[in-house]
Design a protein around this ligand. Structure first.
Ligand code: SLL
Length: 147
């Protein structure tokens, strides 16, 4: 499984969250429903051809803070009350590739008028990123090209 000298592969990725306020009657521990995800540029693109699993690490106030998603779509659905940094670790199909780790800030409140929470307008926070594979193995480069 030799590495391809001098070859670099770039794969675009989006890491984001979407949150919705549950209204005044919601339990104070569960004021928001939210989800956090890792996806391709195209919303419904199945990226499991090169991603094996994604590990989301939540705030320690969650009973089970580590959520591992082993198949597409790589997303979690939760309820909560506060914003925090979510740890996102992406593990690839090729064990020769080191996992990529990043953080995503879970945003629950809109920028303008944070008091003006709405149960209809979700708060979305997304970041476009690019995973760079340097000198991937022949096998992995083939998988990435094939899509
Ligand atoms: C804050 N630094 O103080 C942040 C921490 C933690 C949010 C926010 C737990 C929900 C659950 C939850 O939402 N924690 O236990 O189900 O604002």
């Amino acid at each position: 499984n030799r590495r391809l000298k001098g070859i670099t592969k770039h794969v675009p990725i989006i890491v984001g969250s979407i949150a919705l306020w549950q209204g005044k009657k919601a339990d104070e521990q569960h004021t928001h429903k939210w989800s956090c995800y890792v996806r391709g540029l195209n919303n419904d693109e199945d990226i499991s051809y090169y991603i094996k699993k994604v590990e989301f690490t939540l705030h320690p106030s969650f009973v089970e803070p580590i959520k591992t998603v082993e198949k597409f779509p790589f997303e979690i659905h939760q309820t909560g009350w506060g914003e925090f940094d979510i740890g996102v670790k992406i593990i690839f199909i090729d064990p020769a590739e080191k996992p990529v780790e990043m953080t995503h800030y879970l945003k629950l409140h809109p920028d303008q008028n944070p008091q003006q929470n709405s149960t209809k307008k979700p708060v979305v926070s997304e970041r476009y990123d690019e995973i760079v594979f340097q000198e991937p193995t022949e096998y992995f480069a083939y998988i990435l090209d094939k899509g």
